[in-house]
Design a protein around this ligand. Structure first.
Ligand code: ADP
Ligand code: MG
Length: 330
């Protein structure tokens, strides 16, 4: 048997075959997924390239296998959907066996999120490791939360904390020792947030079910740029309160130690995979109740305006909110 098929057999043995009545997974020409009545299908694809999105020197294969799924789950979360199944296409720069930890981590992550690996493709690559993941999710018909629904007066919110991942990447890329005065715990925590982001699936579903979010997006390229996508799609502006942007204690600790402004990472860093969403003013009390009960962790960071200006308010001073963040063709 070819090495490619050994890897596929390995994957197949680890994947549930009875995910749903009528489901056909790995082993046929196509996967068969019986759609649920009254639902829309959500589809999201991500391509991850060695040398562009990750370096194998700084990224263990197990983290990579986890992260390639997590970033796609984050897109499903940003529409308020439930992830169901995924496909995994691999271009491998050598024999398949050394990449078993990657597929194992992927399958572990899929199982942990109730996602079935339903198929994929496996090829040799002459250009480093190539990984393409497609995730399919479901959302009750017509209820996917788009980027287009933000209206003047809505509150702007973000889940969790932002900036950790970008600071973690800085640490991972750093050749020398980390700055003095940062605890081991903070250093590990920041790196972990870059290598193992937590997609906010539960939060996205809650916001959609309760009808609280008028628009939503996940933070992949940076809070400023991704919020900008909501504002552009909705034809509105926003005032963002710098002091309200939620920063983790470990990010503050690291920022102080290397004399850097943590807000830079938080606004322009990216790969946080938190959710940014807007909430109509008359629904904000309900959201606060959810935050108060611990059902969701989120902070109000600003207000949608009629626009088109996007302003950053800091110590009472307003400056234009730059939309810089990660861009590929720069
Ligand atoms: P085909 O020639 O029809 O593309 P393949 O030989 O590429 O079929 O794949 C055989 C089966 O294994 C298919 O069901 C395919 O979806 C699955 N498969 C191949 N590679 C992967 C992978 N990396 N992860 C999951 N399933 C895979
Ligand atoms: Mg194939």
């Amino acid at each position: 048997m070819g090495a490619e098929f050994e890897l596929i057999s390995h994957i197949r043995a680890r994947v549930a075959v009875d995910a749903a009545p009528g489901f056909v997974g790995i082993g046929d020409d196509c996967a068969v997924w019986p759609p649920r009545d009254g639902h829309d299908l959500l589809v999201s694809n991500d391509l991850l390239l060695e040398g562009v999105h990750f370096e194998l020197e700084t990224t263990p294969l197990t983290d990579l296998g986890y992260k390639v799924l997590a970033v796609n789950l984050s897109d499903i979360a940003a529409m308020g959907g439930e992830p169901r199944f995924a496909t995994l296409a691999l271009g491998l720069p050598g024999l398949p066996t050394p990449f078993i930890p990657l597929v194992d981590a992927f399958v572990d992550a899929a199982n942990a999120h109730g996602v079935v690996l339903a198929g994929g493709d496996t090829c040799a690559s002459s250009h480093g490791l190539v990984i393409s993941v497609t995730v399919f999710g479901e959302v009750p018909r017509g209820q996917a939360v788009a980027r287009t629904g933000a209206r003047a007066g809505d509150g702007v919110y973000v889940t969790g904390t932002v900036g950790d991942s970008a600071a973690g990447l800085t640490l991972l890329k750093q050749a020398g020792p980390p700055p003095a005065g940062v605890s081991e715990q903070a250093l590990d925590g920041l790196k972990r947030r870059h290598l193992r982001p937590s997609p906010r699936c539960r939060e996205g579903i809650l916001l959609r079910e309760e009808g609280l979010a008028s628009a939503m997006i996940d933070v992949s390229d940076g809070l400023a740029q991704d919020l900008g996508h909501i504002l552009t799609a909705s034809g509105v502006g926003a005032d963002l309160e710098a002091e309200a942007v939620p920063l983790s204690p470990m990010l503050r600790e690291y920022g102080t130690a290397c004399d850097s402004d943590p807000l830079e990472w938080a606004l322009y860093g990216g790969e946080d995979y938190e959710l940014v969403f807007t909430v109509p003013e008359k629904r904000e009390r309900e959201l606060y109740a959810r935050i108060g009960s611990g059902a969701i962790q989120a902070a109000r960071i600003g207000t949608v305006t009629a626009g088109p200006e996007r302003r950053l308010l800091r110590s009472g001073v307003a400056t234009p909110l730059e939309s810089r963040g990660y861009e590929h063709f720069r």
